[in-house]
Design a protein around this ligand. Structure first.
Ligand SMILES: [Zn+2]
Length: 477
């Protein structure tokens, strides 16, 4: 039987405030376990939470960036459940009155078709602590540093119908959250993660099927694979006339399959009720306007700037702006060496290739200091070093960030641009390899690259390849 696939995502994103959401403990990923904790965030009885205004502002900012309506009154509620990483046995969250309602984002598939994914809401809540399973001691340890870190949950409507669309949506959201600087969105560190709700229904039917939820996926790859797997699993069940049960499943990336964790609860199972320690709060229009005035350039505006002001092609600008880390890096490098097109070319080819080779994760990180990278680009662009040397140096400083100018001086890597010297070396090669000269004369153009290759070998890549190509042609023609 053929089925329609219905997918909704709940995306959790940690906000990068200085302190936690209901206390003044540091909000920081690093730090010794259980050092950023106080009676409030470990949930000692009687400790009183105080909302962090910055976290509220960031939630509003996220809402404005995706066209949500900002509620004028919001309420914090207790979501009751027991788990060891949640010492007080309830999570402060929002149910009936979240900060943001509605909105949506537009995604584009590989064929360039656009689709609007509606949002249900964005609410603010606290993160739980972290369980660390340790096979050496045969037990589980708890780190409460993450407990009380502000978290926004962005809930979509079930508007997606394939793994590709879910990944495009997640990637778009990540891009927006990065640009408005409310979250660093490091998927590997868990500051951006998502739950996928997925169900199947007979093709064309209006009635929704029973859904399964997959928890805590933290890479684009696992989102895609988990969805593909779940589509197969559910269609097999339905084909065989069996029921899909409403449940929460855990995705195991290593084994490429999901496992049932527990029967899925409904909202009423959590017994939400307004937190008596936190009064409903009014969000003044003036606060919303204040947040609006701090909204930075989003991706589309940045693309426009790169194309119109810096002369990049639209394609290049799109690739570059796909990740804010890359944008920031590029802007910095250009501020030291103002040749944007030249730098962009190198980044989109050599640098991105390197990133892909080196990183399994979706977080982009370039280990070379921008000033050092700008110096490398400047030496290459001015012809001080050859392309071959530039690539070698790039590979080296990627590993150790050594000063590339110093390396060129110390090792005498400067490019040889002296036409007379290059000419005499080429003459030697012509004398040595008469067969290749013959090949060229009988129409084999490849013989030219043979001479350039030999020349590079002898000069350890220091001869100016452009000059050499021009000369060898002249000499043989
Ligand atoms: Zn605390």
């Amino acid at each position: 039987m053929e089925y329609d696939v219905v997918i909704g995502l709940e995306v959790h994103s940690e906000l990068k405030t200085k302190s936690k959401v209901f206390c003044s403990c540091k909000n920081e990923f690093k730090g010794e376990p259980n050092t950023h904790c106080c009676p409030v965030c470990i949930g000692l009885p009687g400790a009183l939470p105080i909302p962090n205004k910055e976290a509220v502002k960031m939630t509003i900012k996220a809402g404005l960036a995706v066209g949500s309506k900002i509620n004028d009154i919001a309420i914090f509620e207790r979501k009751n459940y027991f788990y060891p990483d949640l010492a007080k046995a309830y999570q402060i969250s929002q149910a009936v009155r979240p900060i943001c309602i509605g909105g949506g984002v537009e995604i584009e598939n590989a064929q360039g078709q656009k689709k609007f994914i509606r949002l249900n809401r964005i609410h603010l809540e606290e993160d739980a602590g972290k369980l660390i399973h340790n096979s050496k001691i045969g037990g589980t340890m708890i780190d409460y540093n993450r407990g009380g870190v502000p978290l926004i949950e962005i809930v979509s409507e079930p508007d997606m119908s394939s793994a590709e669309e879910a990944v495009a949506y997640l990637s778009k959201l990540r891009n927006i959250l990065q640009y408005i600087e409310v979250s660093d969105c490091k998927m590997e560190q868990g500051s951006l993660r998502c739950d996928v709700n997925i169900s199947l229904k007979p093709k064309g039917s209006n009635e929704l099927g029973v859904r399964a939820e997959m928890k805590n996926l933290n890479s684009f790859r696992s989102v895609a694979r988990a969805i593909e797997y779940e589509i197969k699993r559910q269609s097999r069940l339905l084909d065989e006339g069996e029921q899909v049960v409403q449940e929460t499943r855990r995705w195991d990336d290593a084994r490429n399959r999901s496992f049932s964790m527990r029967r899925k609860e409904d909202a009423q199972d959590y017994r939400y009720f307004p937190d008596p320690d936190l009064l409903p709060f009014r969000i003044e229009r003036s606060l919303v306007d204040e947040v609006k005035s701090t909204m930075p350039k989003l991706r589309d505006e940045k693309i426009e700037y790169y194309v119109n002001e810096l002369g990049l092609s639209e394609y290049d600008a799109k690739v570059l702006t796909n990740d804010l880390n890359l944008v920031k890096y590029f802007d910095k490098v250009v501020s030291y060496f103002n040749k944007p097109k030249f730098i962009c070319n190198f980044i989109l080819t050599t640098v991105l290739k390197k990133v892909k080779e080196n990183e399994e994760s979706d977080d982009l990180d370039i280990p070379i200091d921008p000033q050092n990278f700008a110096n490398l680009m400047q030496m290459y662009e001015s012809g001080k070093i050859s392309q071959a040397i530039c690539r070698d140096l790039f590979d080296e400083i990627w590993l150790n960030n050594a000063d590339c100018q110093k390396l060129v001086e110390e090792r005498g890597l400067a490019q040889n641009n002296n036409e007379d010297e290059i000419k005499s070396m080429l003459q030697e090669l012509i004398n040595e390899f008469p067969q290749s000269v013959q090949d060229y004369k009988s129409g084999n153009a490849k013989a030219l690259s043979f001479f350039i290759g030999q020349l590079m070998k002898r000069t350890q890549g220091k001869a100016n390849a452009q000059i050499a190509s021009k000369l060898i042609k002249e000499m043989l023609d």
